[in-house]
Design a protein around this ligand. Sequence first.
Ligand SMILES: CC(C)(COP(=O)(O)OP(=O)(O)OC[C@H]1O[C@@H](n2cnc3c(N)ncnc32)[C@H](O)[C@@H]1OP(=O)(O)O)[C@@H](O)C(=O)NCCC(=O)NCCS
Length: 150
Amino acid sequence: MNQEKTSSERNKLLIEYTDHITSEEYMELRRRVVWCEFPLEEAQAGIDNSYMILCARDEGKAIGVMRLLWDGGYIAFLSDVIVDPDYQGQGIGRTLVESAMQRIKNDMKPGYKVKLCLMSAQGKEPFYEKFGFVERPNERLGAGMDQWFT
Ligand SMILES: CC(C)(COP(=O)(O)OP(=O)(O)OC[C@H]1O[C@@H](n2cnc3c(N)ncnc32)[C@H](O)[C@@H]1OP(=O)(O)O)[C@@H](O)C(=O)NCCC(=O)NCCS
């Protein structure tokens, strides 16, 4: 049998997950997927006030991130799920999303109900549906909505 590992298999073995990311690393990941930029100070505030940060790293380099926001009550928000394009399609996005879901399940108290919300990027709905998220609007619920302040 051929013992050679593909680059995807090699990467899978090397990926580590840490609970920290710098604002510079976070903004670089946003740039990698062509998302809007904002000041480092604002990025740092978002990082500092997240309930959970998970950063995927390849030999120390940040190649994926997820931020979970949670008020401790019934509303949680999954934000900034990003995998560097060079590393997509290797299960890293799955690990990021499933880790957020598991953290809520671990931390919610008996009897609690928690709604985990997100705003899907265009075309990424099928990715999130894999983890049980339901697309809106539907027969029962209106669309998600948002507004930017600049
Ligand atoms: C969306 C994103 C996070 C997925 O990360 P990834 O590491 O490539 O995803 P994974 O390899 O873990 O894929 C997990 C599963 O989702 C599927 N999947 C991944 N991207 C998908 C897509 N765009 N549409 C449908 N399914 C998708 C995979 O086929 C895989 O399915 P399987 O487990 O049944 O084989 C990544 O493409 C990304 O960072 N995109 C740019 C930023 C972005 O749009 N993020 C979402 C913000 S709301």
